[in-house]
Write a protein that binds this ligand. Structure first.
Ligand SMILES: [Zn+2]
Length: 506
């Protein structure tokens, strides 16, 4: 069991605000609009040829630079993943089910000489694009003295009496659960000895309601228990059927006594909880003499889980509400994010196992691979997981940019598009729009083929609206701005669809 609330994970936990996620994607339609130059004032429409470049300075909006740190809550001794009552129920069900299976001549495993090694019990769905998706929120407690804790590595990443490994999914854990983005898979081949489904799966604290789970017995007689899964996600295979390593068992959820979506993965060498082992081998593992993993992961996997660009701050509501990420892979210039300064977006780095003193290097790369903007962050203290966000000015030249974060030698990046001109004003005809200016009265004139355009707006490079006009006809005149330079126009039609482009006025 794991989360309860979002906590700041400075290993000592202080209350912090919660998290959220949901994808916002903006679809753009591109089209080139015919350029016309008429008379006097010369006026050009430029597509992707602007020579200016935004200055990459930090912006101290109310959302801040070194914004928010976020981390989830965990299960604890007072909110254990599996209660004593549930353990005894499990043990009795194993006895019953094995008897039943033996009576049907289903071939159960017998102790073999070698240990059945375990693969990682989770996998991301193909729809998950994050660089990684999990962290260990609690290992097995090796210290049997009540009130004292110790994990296999002689650290304290566990809670009193914890018999399994809690693997939490993060960030945006309820979003991941809602969208089946992290699957539980069989760590080793074996036979399903017990399973249960149909339980509520959005718990945030200890509860007497059971979890959705699968219990598998391996060839060496050992058992693996997969606990807290999503309601309705459990494999349709029946008790007594076999599974192969890597086979789907369910989706990570928060059923049973759980403080948030995570897998409680517990391994027994025999059919009772008293035979539990810790698959991680280390100096302070007194339960077993070697690692049970095919390939044991490091105690701390310090690195970057996700690097992403957002239209505004992500929203992390209290458990069990689903998070809203406000992430986007496309930004149309001029861009205005809610609560941000014109032209700025939020750049997020989701770090795992932060170590005090380690540096993160954050870079926005131009389409040609050169650096548009770079900055750094130094961890001030250790944390299991934490999100950081910075307000940075977006590029204005169209193209595909990359936001890259390097932390502890681990690189994670994501691409985003900058677009400046959009819109088809009629069915693919290129002569939809004429823009020209008149020197005699310093007017900029828009002639439209499409009569559905209702409003024209003009913005400067800072994203400030410098002029606008409502139109009823196919021709509109705006007073030209007094300063020469680059401007953006925006046309809004009767369906509130927006088309934009750039102008150079001189
Ligand atoms: Zn647990």
């Amino acid at each position: 069991m794991l989360y309860l609330k979002w906590l700041n994970f400075k290993e000592s936990q202080t209350n912090k605000q919660p998290f959220e996620y949901k994808c916002v994607s903006i679809v753009f339609f591109y089209k080139f609009i015919e350029m016309k130059t008429i008379n006097t004032l010369s006026l050009f429409i430029l597509f992707g040829m602007i020579a200016t470049k935004s200055v990459g300075t930090d912006f101290n909006s109310k959302s801040g630079n070194n914004a928010t740190e976020y981390a989830p809550s965990e299960n604890s001794a007072t909110s254990p993943c599996i209660t004593e009552k549930e353990y005894s129920l499990l043990e009795s069900r194993i006895l019953e089910n094995k008897k039943l299976l033996q009576s049907k001549n289903i071939n159960l495993s017998n102790s073999s000489n070698s240990i059945t090694l375990l693969n990682w019990p989770l996998r991301p769905s193909p729809d998950l694009t994050d660089c990684s998706y999990y962290h260990i929120s609690a290992y097995v407690d090796q210290n049997t003295t009540s009130g004292l804790v110790q994990d296999y590595n002689c650290g304290s990443n566990t809670y009193d009496g914890h018999r399994g490994t809690d693997i939490s999914i993060w960030p945006f854990n309820f979003y991941k659960m809602d969208n089946n983005l992290v699957e539980v898979i069989a760590a080793a081949p074996g036979i399903i000895i017990d399973k249960h489904d149909g339980e509520f799966d959005r718990n945030c604290a200890a509860t007497t309601v059971s979890a959705n789970y699968v219990l598998i017995q391996h060839a060496d007689g050992s058992y693996a228990l997969y606990w807290h899964m999503k309601n309705g996600s459990i494999t349709t295979k029946a008790i007594g059927q076999s599974v192969i390593a890597g086979e789907y068992l369910g989706v990570v959820g928060s059923s049973g006594s759980s403080s948030g979506p995570h897998l409680h993965f517990e391994v027994w060498s025999g059919s009772t909880v008293a035979t539990r082992v810790d698959p991680y081998y280390g100096t302070c593992n007194s339960l077993n003499a070697s690692s049970w993993w095919t390939s044991q992961k490091p105690y701390k996997e310090t690195g970057i889980l996700k690097a992403s660009v957002h239209t505004t701050d992500a929203v992390f509501p209290a458990c069990p509400a689903t998070e809203t990420s406000n992430e986007s892979t496309s930004f149309q210039i001029p861009f205005q994010g809610p609560g941000l300064s014109p032209g700025y977006a939020k750049f997020y780095a989701f770090l795992r196992n932060e170590v005090s003193g380690l540096n993160a290097t954050l870079t926005i790369l131009n389409p040609n691979g050169s650096s548009y903007l770079t900055w750094s962050y130094t961890s001030a203290n250790d944390a299991k997981v934490r999100a950081w966000a910075w307000s940075k000015v977006l590029p204005t030249n169209p193209g595909t940019y990359t936001f890259r974060v390097v932390y502890n030698g681990v690189t994670c990046s994501s691409d985003f598009e900058i677009t400046t001109s959009t819109g088809i004003l009629s069915n693919g005809n290129s002569k939809d729009l004429k823009i020209y200016s008149s020197s005699s009265n310093r007017k900029t004139i828009f002639e439209l083929k499409n009569s559905s355009i209702q409003q024209i707006e003009l913005f400067n490079l800072l994203g400030e609206k410098v002029n606008h006009v409502n139109i009823n006809e196919r021709k509109a005149e705006l007073n030209s701005p007094t300063s020469t330079g680059i401007y953006f126009y925006r046309l809004i039609d009767d369906k509130q669809l927006i088309y934009t482009g750039k102008l150079f006025l001189e």
